[in-house]
Write a protein of this length. Structure first.
Length: 442
C-alpha cells in the first residue's frame, strides 16, 4: 500500500490508508491518545484506541517532531468536531499500526512561541517547521509560481543569469569579490546587462535570480543576498508600458494568492491587497510636493526619497486613491544607472520608476537606452570605461528595439504582503552583515 498525502484523505473515507509525517502534538486523554500529524500538505488528527495494543504502546512514547508512519482507517469526524481551517479537518485517522521512522530530541522551546530575531535565526532548521513560518514561505513560493505563470502566458522566455561577473552592472554598488582563477570577479549585483542582451535574442525575457549587495546595512529592510524577480522586453513606447505590465502581473499574483493561500493569510492575520486597473503614479517632484503639503516636510530639493517619505506617500495613495500601491516616476538622470532613458520632454529626469507598497519600495524599473552611441556617451559620462562594456554593447551595436524592464524584490514583497516587521523573516536563510551559515561548514 502506498503512502497517501494528508490533503487527499477526505476522498478516502472508510478506507484503510498509510500516512507519514512529523508529530506536531501528542495528547493523552486517559486511554485515548491523539496525535496531530503533519506532512507537506497539511495536518490531520490521529486517534489511537487501547484495543490496538501495539499501536497504543508506541503512541505513548512518541513526542513532538518524531517522524512516524501510520496505518489506519479514515473516519468522518462528528459534525461538532469538524475543523474547517484544516485541509483534512473533516476526518480523522483511527490508527491500527504505528512505525517510528526517526526519533527527535526534546524541543528547546515551543516552535510557535514568540522568539527574538537572533534566537529565531540561530535555530532556523527547527523554527522553519512552525505553522507561521511555513505559511510565510508557502506564500512566497506561490508568488514565484504566479510570476512565472503570468510571464510565460505573456510569451516571455525564462533565462538563467550568471552569478559570477567581471564587474558591477550598476556602476557603483558595493560588490563582493571572489577568487576566480587568474581573473578579478564579483558576485552579481543585478542581472540587468544580461537581460538587456537577451531582449535582442528573445524580445521578452524574465528571470528569478539571486543578487548580492555588499553594503554594510543593519536595517529591517536590507539583506545582502536577495531574490530579484526581473523582466525585460522590447518594442515599448516608454516606461508606462513597463508599469502597465507590472500592474497586470500584480493583479495575477494577488488573484492566485486569493485562490491558493487564504489559510496562510488568515494564520498570519494578513490581507491580500486589491490592485487597481491603473496604479496611481506621481513624478518625484509631485510626490515631494505632496509630502510638503500633506506632511509638513520640505524635501523638494532632494534627488531621492527617504524611507519615511515612502511611508507617507503610501498613506497618501491609500487615502487619496484607495490604492496600496503607488508609482513614483522621473528620478534625476544622475540618480539612475547609465542605461536609463532620459525624458526628452523633461530634461534632467528619467523615464524610470519605483513602485511603493505599504511604505516600502519593492520595484525599480523603467525604459532603457537602446541607442548604441548614447550608451557609449553615458558610460563615459558616468566615469566608466566603454571597453569594459564591449560585450554588452554588441547587443546594441547590431540592433535593439526600444526596450525596458523592472526588478522586484521577492523578499520585500513577501514581507509587506504578510505584515512582517523585518525582511529577514521573509528570507529563508538570510545573509546580512553579521550572519552567514558558518554552522554548515566543516
Amino acid at each position: 500500500m502506498e503512502r497517501i498525502f494528508i490533503e487527499d484523505l477526505s476522498a478516502r473515507t472508510g478506507e484503510e490508508v498509510i500516512i507519514a509525517g512529523w508529530v506536531d502534538v501528542r495528547r493523552d486523554h486517559g486511554k485515548l491518545i491523539f496525535i496531530d500529524l503533519r506532512d507537506a500538505t497539511g495536518t490531520v488528527q490521529v486517534v489511537v484506541l487501547p484495543n490496538h495494543t501495539e499501536a497504543h504502546d508506541i503512541a505513548t512514547k512518541v513526542r513532538g517532531e518524531w517522524v512516524v508512519s501510520i496505518r489506519g482507517k479514515v473516519n468522518k469526524r462528528p459534525e461538532k468536531m469538524v475543523n474547517p481551517d484544516l485541509p483534512a479537518g473533516d476526518i480523522e485517522i483511527e490508527a491500527t499500526e504505528i512505525t517510528i521512522l526517526s526519533e527527535a530530541q526534546e524541543l528547546p522551546f515551543e516552535k510557535s512561541g514568540e522568539l527574538n530575531l537572533d534566537t529565531y535565526l540561530d535555530n532556523l532548521p527547527l523554527v522553519l517547521r512552525s505553522d507561521r513560518t511555513r505559511a510565510i514561505f508557502r506564500v512566497q513560493a506561490e508568488i514565484l509560481r504566479a510570476f512565472r505563470e503570468f510571464l510565460t502566458e505573456e510569451r516571455f522566455t525564462e533565462i538563467r543569469i550568471p552569478k559570477i561577473v567581471g564587474g558591477d552592472a550598476e556602476g557603483g554598488a558595493a560588490v563582493f569579490g571572489v577568487d576566480y582563477f587568474d581573473h578579478k570577479a564579483y558576485l552579481a549585483t543585478s542581472p540587468q546587462l544580461y537581460k538587456q542582451i537577451m531582449v535582442g535574442v528573445f524580445e521578452r525575457v524574465f528571470a528569478a535570480t539571486s543578487v548580492f549587495r555588499a553594503e554594510k546595512h543593519s536595517t529591517t529592510r536590507h539583506i545582502n543576498e536577495y531574490t530579484s524577480l526581473d523582466l525585460e522586453f522590447g518594442f515599448i513606447k516608454d516606461h508606462r508600458d513597463v508599469m502597465a505590465i507590472e500592474t497586470r502581473l500584480l493583479k495575477h499574483v494577488m488573484n492566485r494568492l486569493s485562490q491558493r493561500c487564504t489559510r496562510e493569510f488568515a494564520l498570519l492575520d494578513a490581507t491580500i491587497p486589491k490592485v487597481l486597473d491603473e496604479i496611481p503614479a506621481l513624478k518625484l517632484r509631485e510626490a515631494q510636493q505632496v509630502i510638503k503639503e500633506e506632511f509638513g516636510e520640505d524635501c523638494t530639493n532632494e534627488p531621492d526619497l527617504e524611507p519615511q517619505h515612502e511611508r507617507w506617500l503610501c498613506e497618501y495613495a491609500l487615502k487619496k486613491f484607495g490604492s496600496e500601491f503607488i508609482f513614483i516616476t522621473h528620478y534625476p538622470v544622475k540618480k539612475r544607472p547609465f542605461y536609463t532613458y532620459e525624458d526628452e520632454d523633461d530634461k534632467g529626469y528619467t523615464k524610470s520608476f519605483d513602485l511603493l507598497f505599504r511604505g516600502l519600495e519593492v520595484t525599480t524599473g523603467g525604459q532603457r537606452i537602446n541607442d548604441y552611441d548614447m550608451l557609449v556617451k553615458n558610460i563615459k559620462a558616468w566615469g566608466l570605461k566603454s571597453e569594459n562594456f564591449s560585450y554588452y554593447l554588441q547587443a546594441f551595436k547590431y540592433g535593439m528595439p526600444p526596450e525596458g524592464g523592472l526588478g522586484m524584490g521577492l523578499e520585500r514583497l513577501t514581507e509587506k504582503l504578510l505584515g512582517l516587521t523585518n525582511v529577514k523573516e521573509a528570507t529563508l536563510f538570510p545573509r546580512e552583515m553579521n550572519r552567514i551559515d558558518t554552522l554548515l561548514s566543516e
